[in-house]
Ligand binder design. Structure first.
Ligand code: NAP
Length: 312
């Protein structure tokens, strides 16, 4: 490990860059934020540039780029980053289409650079202990409820309602956790997608999978007011495992397990530093393939229009 921090830039200074990336880099001893690629105001204290080319001309010693733009349009940004010799980390979902994302690992190999296609929910504190506990268990039934209010987490964002996104933006987080903790592959049996009449993407989805002989019921809802629900229950021959609060909390048979309190994004940047040190890529597209399957197989119904301000 090098003693000098990795000089990193951020691209796309929106909600997640401001809520998580900038504060996480600020407290990391492995990274130093030195620039931003942005069409608007850069983070305080660093210069902003409209393109990667302009940034590299002005700040040629940038080493890494963390991409926080919406999924559509990332490939060009990534190609620019690799062309300038940068190691890359990208927010989830990795791309707008599976075919596009399928090309990412080869792009990184061709450039001989690191690519970390992140799944922030996989870094929640309960995920690794849950995976370890489930090893060797016979899984009998799984229930996943991932329900949140799009108005809170994506206020006014137009891209969130583009075809292929909607409730699968948070839903892919649940799929990233399920595919990390369950020992066998998930097979989609049935999918029901509910589209508001004024939107091109679903606001809710019910997905039924099999995991060996065990049924796995997954429910997503993007219109949940009040307390938010990010829960996974796994019934096994050895007891029932519960992940709650986005997998940051773990309980076995109702008894809380101490999993520490390191945040998802602190772990995400720690992992990126490990990958850069080891010159290793991490590009697992399984959650994204499951989203594509749901659209491929999903029965669609149209429901009432989505209201951005229902309490007016
Ligand atoms: P956002 O608030 O809309 O910000 C995205 C930023 O990307 C914009 O501020 C803009 O940056 C840039 N951008 C480039 N092309 C854009 C386009 N066509 N439309 C909109 N913005 C564009 O989005 P976000 O919530 O931060 O989400 C960004 C990514 O992080 C998504 O992949 C999302 O799934 C993921 N994520 C979001 C959350 C969350 O809670 N919101 C949580 C985890 C992960 P400049 O202003 O700098 O030009």
């Amino acid at each position: 490990m090098s003693s000098k921090p990795i000089r990193i830039a951020l691209a796309g200074i929106g909600k997640i860059a401001r809520d998580q990336h900038i504060p996480s880099i600020a407290v990391s001893d492995r990274f130093e934020l030195v620039a931003a690629v942005t069409g608007h105001a850069p983070p305080e204290g660093v210069p902003g540039f409209a393109t990667v080319d302009a940034m590299m001309q002005a700040v040629p010693d940038v080493q890494a780029l963390s991409i926080c733009t919406p999924p559509r349009g990332r490939t060009a940004l990534m190609a620019d980053g690799f062309r300038h010799g940068l190691d890359l980390m990208i927010e989830k979902p990795p791309a707008a289409t599976v075919s596009e994302a399928d090309g990412f690992a080869a792009m990184a190999r061709a450039a001989d650079r690191i690519l970390y296609a992140t799944w922030h929910s996989r870094e929640a504190a309960g995920v690794a202990p849950a995976r370890d506990w489930l090893k060797g268990c016979e899984i009998r039934r799984v229930a996943c409820n991932w329900k949140e209010d799009v108005r809170v987490w994506h206020p006014g964002q137009e891209w969130i309602w583009e075809p292929g996104i909607g409730v699968f933006d948070p839903g892919i987080n649940a799929l990233s956790v399920l595919t990390a903790i369950l020992p066998m592959p998930l097979v989609l049996e049935q999918a029901k997608l509910r589209f508001p009449e004024n939107k091109a993407a679903p606001i809710a989805a019910d997905l039924d999978y099999s995991h060996g002989d065990a049924p796995v019921r997954v429910e997503f809802d993007f219109d949940q007011r009040g307390p938010q629900t990010w829960d996974i229950d796994v019934e096994t021959d050895n007891g029932t495992l519960n992940l709650s609060k986005g997998a940051s909390q773990l309980a076995i048979d109702g008894q809380p397990v101490d999993v520490g309190d390191e945040t998802e994004y602190a772990r995400l940047y720690r992992r990126f530093a490990e990958l850069v040190d080891a010159r290793q890529c991490d590009v697992d597209l399984a959650p994204f393939h499951h989203v594509a399957d749901a659209f491929f197989m999903g029965e669609r119904t149209t429901i009432h229009a989505f209201d951005e301000q229902p309490d007016r």
